[in-house]
Design a protein. Sequence first.
Length: 135
Amino acid sequence: MRPIMAWFLVLLSASPVLALDWARARMEKSPRHREWVTVKHEGRAVETFVVYPEAKDKAPVVLVIHEIFGMTDWVQDLADQLAEAGYIAVAPDLLCGMGPNGGRSSDFPQGSGGGGMSRCAGINRRGGADARAVR
């Protein structure tokens, strides 16, 4: 492998880790109230991250939907930024219950990316899809 390509791969693989460090650091300094709540509906429980603005008045709500990587520190930081702007941010972990041993996004191996989402879509390990999995 060429040295430039090797360095490129190292930088590419390190960038997600570095990207989450700044989000985690921002969250730790946030003065806003944030909490995890469990939302139950039709036999399914979804862990949901909620961040409240620093205001006593009623506030509008924004629903934050994560991407294929699940509930990352970046998504939680985005919810915090929305609360900073005056919104109640509600971010459900849609991979909740689909992680290893019924866990959530944080229980997938780091760097697995779409490993959790493939379960949602019914995609098998060989790249094929089960059309019956999505109803």
